[in-house]
Design a protein around this ligand. Structure first.
Ligand code: AQP
Length: 337
């Protein structure tokens, strides 16, 4: 099968902090697994991260770091297109066009907006935060993506993207492919180590909340040893809020080792929470060690990352501009002569 005959995948991560094992388990791990079967486009969504305040130098550094972590995680630039969102101006143009078709009520319903806005002072909540899902819809629809591998927190944004694509197709004729969310069976929502009732997030600053992909083995082990559990003893998977900490540790272990629930529970039968945390720590370190070695090599290979990103931007612009030209034509914008 040629690359063009394959169905297309698009996904991205914001350079809004240090990537966590949640980002890896929920998103990156699936990207790596799907890169042979699909024609993949993976972007660093720097424009999305502007929806909350960012330090310019930090944003620049994190953008390159996230791109390097895609490759260090196993994305092969010869198979997948890796690029920076702001290097493809079509994203912002399509986002504007789509935002003109978006009822405000759709945006106010988004739980991520409500959660993130609640953490800000009322008057400093930017319009960009409200419009975040529209930019995400533009990211996906520009590439006519069939599937979008994401964690569970992005499910509602995917539904919004489909609704918006359907609305456009209904008004102007079949234009966009309706994308499906591709959500992993294990690890779709890794929880915070300090609070297993809240999602692990890269922008959550509290100490011990998340293991970062670039944490040293000692730091990763220490954070896992301090993970919040409960006062019981049973090491089993379970949905109840009291067992959320243990369930989260088992889920991380399962996502890395690929073992079944029954095998994992049998393995930990009769052991204590200290043993569980230690073994999860070792599993996480076994994931991080080769990834960090590759990351260090990449950062030392002068110019390699820039070449990958320049090539990615060229390819992404070609595809995105084709869709944008079609959209401009449909809605009645005069083509430049
Ligand atoms: N805790 C998580 N468990 C599983 N998947 C997760 N993802 C994020 N956190 C978890 C997935 O990683 C990708 C990152 O998407 P993003 O950077 O655009 O923003 P996000 O979903 O809001 O992720 P974060 O880490 O919580 O970032 P901040 O703190 O900047 O908002 C998505 O596929 C997401 O589902």
């Amino acid at each position: 099968m040629t690359a063009n005959a394959k169905k297309r995948v698009l996904s991205g991560i914001q350079p809004s902090g240090n990537l966590t094992i949640g980002n890896y388990i929920g998103a990156l791990r699936q990207w790596v697994a799907e890169q042979d079967a699909y024609d993949c486009f993976f972007c660093v969504v720097d424009l999305h991260s502007l929806t909350l305040p960012q330090d310019p130098a930090h944003l620049r550094a994190k953008t390159r770091e996230v791109a390097a972590l895609y490759i260090a995680s196993g994305i092969d630039p010869d198979k997948a297109t890796i690029f920076i969102q702001s290097h493809v101006p079509a994203h912002t143009e399509l986002a504007w066009i789509l935002s003109c078709l978006t009822p405000l009520g759709w945006l106010y319903r988004m739980t991520q907006f409500k959660d993130k806005a609640a953490k800000q002072q009322q008057e400093s909540v930017g319009a960009g935060l409200l419009n975040y899902p529209t930019l995400m819809a533009a990211d996906i629809l520009l590439y006519q993506a069939h599937a979008v591998p994401v964690g569970d927190d992005q499910r509602q944004h995917l539904e919004y993207t489909r609704d918006l694509a359907q609305r456009f197709n209904h008004l102007y004729g079949e234009t966009f492919v309706l994308p499906d969310a591709m959500i992993p069976k294990t690890g779709a929502r890794i929880m915070g180590l300090d609070n297993p009732l809240a999602k692990m997030s890269k922008s959550e600053a509290s100490e011990g909340h998340a293991v970062y992909l670039l944490d040293t083995p000692a730091v990763a082990r220490k954070k896992l040893m301090r993970a919040v559990t409960d006062s019981g003893r049973e090491i089993i998977f379970g949905e109840s809020p009291e067992k959320a900490g243990v369930n989260n540790l088992l889920t991380i272990y399962q996502a890395i080792t690929g073992q079944s629930n029954a095998d994992i529970e049998a393995h930990f039968a009769g052991k204590g929470y200290g043993d569980l945390k230690k073994e999860v720590g070792e599993a996480v370190v076994s994931l991080l060690t080769p990834l960090q070695a590759r990351y260090q090599e990449l950062m030392a290979e002068g110019g390699y990352l820039d070449k990958v990103l320049a090539h990615g931007a060229q390819k992404a612009n070609e595809v995105a501009n084709q869709t944008l030209a079609q959209v401009r034509q449909c809605i009645g914008l005069v083509a430049p002569s």
